[in-house]
Write a protein that binds this ligand. Structure first.
Ligand SMILES: C=CC1=C(C)c2cc3[nH]c(cc4nc(cc5[nH]c(cc1n2)c(C)c5CCC(=O)O)C(CCC(=O)O)=C4C)c(C)c3C=C
Ligand code: FE2
Ligand code: FE2
Length: 340
């Protein structure tokens, strides 16, 4: 008799603390910042980093960061709530097509529900085919690669490995570009047009990009495609990089410094969008929507608007559904590659 092959899709985001308290934030930061993909360095450099992390950062940062999480917390972390919504809406969209027997799950690279635990659970429930979708449009060795690492670690422990596929990136996918353009256009229709569109991406250390991480090229390609789709001239938008961590140089121009400079040189109003975040989270709801607003207004800017992440918008769910078909169409029994 033919083996039954149950199919799962797993949407994976970075991870977030279980609770907005110092103990939970410490546990989360320890797991995240101990990953050698996130903070690189071998031998002595590694030992030095672990001493700084365990001796200083994990003693000082959790209390401060827990307060920031408290300011955005609902009954759970926004990132986990939004990921659950994305799972639910993608499942609905796939079910509505009829004839699919695919089940959608969530997972996090750090914290809960952990990716390796999720894969273990899927194996126990008889799933043989899994499509893993990192929720990062732009590939980075600091975010996408750890998902590949965890899948490889899981497979290494299996005798009968699962049939696992991964989506590498979708920074230039026409439906992703369409979803971003649509969200900017709708925001402008509702609130009016500002002097400048600031397209802010989470940063990475410059050294990682110099060594070959394609992340900045992916970010610049996304910005070029979206602004081209909207017909925006080069003088009305700028790409920037946020969330610097540590003393080293990160990708430039920095978002906070750019906003100050813009306000000081007479730009009165800005819209800020963060395409690298497919779900609103601490980095958008606190750092961009609050902290950076203060930077801009403090330097004389008048109007500052944050354009929300794609979250579970119909256009984003449509992209996810299309990614499932493009990467696992033969598994769901309906091969198609709709791009419009
Ligand atoms: C060396 C440190 C870091 C690198 C490199 C990095 C890359 C990176 N991160 C994201 C997305 C997110 N990061 C988030 C939080 C966050 N990031 C870092 C550090 C690095 N990120 C820290 C220490 C934190 C925690 C908060 C803090 O202590 O400041 C989040 C938010 C999670 C949440 O719970 O809401 C996201 C999302 C990307 C896309 C990226 C590289 C491309
Ligand atoms: Fe980060
Ligand atoms: Fe941050």
């Amino acid at each position: 008799m033919a083996e039954q092959k149950k199919t799962a899709v797993v949407l994976v985001n970075l991870g977030t603390p279980d609770k907005p308290d110092a103990v939970s934030v410490k546990r989360y930061l320890k797991e995240f910042l101990s990953d050698q993909r996130v903070v690189e360095g071998k031998c002595v450099k590694r030992l030095f980093w672990l001493a700084v992390l365990n001796g200083i950062i994990l003693n000082l940062r959790p209390r401060k960061v827990a307060k920031l999480y408290q300011s955005i917390w609902e009954d759970d972390s926004p990132m986990r709530k939004i990921l659950d919504d994305q799972v639910r809406d993608l499942q609905l969209a796939l079910d509505q097509e009829g004839g699919n027997s695919i089940t959608v799950f969530s997972a996090m690279t750090y914290g809960t529900p952990g990716l390796k635990d999720r894969l273990e659970e899927l194996k126990e429930h008889g799933y043989r085919r899994v499509l893993v979708v990192p929720m990062y449009p732009q590939y980075s060795a600091t975010t996408t690669a750890p998902i590949y690492d965890q899948v490889a670690q899981f497979q290494l422990a299996q005798r009968y490995v699962l049939d696992i596929r991964l989506v590498n990136a979708f920074y230039d996918h026409p439906l992703y570009i369409e979803a971003l353009a649509q969200s900017i256009a709708e925001h402008r229709e509702l609130h009016g047009v500002t002097d400048k569109l600031v397209i802010s991406y989470h940063g990475i250390p410059k050294e990682y990009a110099d060594k070959g991480d394609p992340y900045p090229e992916h970010c610049h390609a996304t910005s070029a495609l979206v602004t081209e789709k909207l017909g925006l001239g080069d003088d009305v938008w700028i790409s920037t990089f946020q969330s610097r961590f540590g003393p080293k140089e990160w990708l430039q121009p920095y978002t906070d410094k750019t906003l100050q400079k813009l306000a000081k040189s007479g730009t009165q109003s800005v819209d800020v969008i963060c395409p690298a975040f497919t779900a609103d989270c601490l980095e958008t709801l606190e750092e961009i929507a609050e902290e950076n607003r203060e930077e801009f207004e403090g330097a004389g800017g008048q109007t500052y608007r944050y354009i929300p992440a794609l979250n579970s918008s119909p256009a984003f769910i449509h992209l996810l559904r299309t990614l499932v078909h493009e990467h696992a169409g033969d598994w769901v029994g309906q091969v198609h590659s709709e791009k419009s």
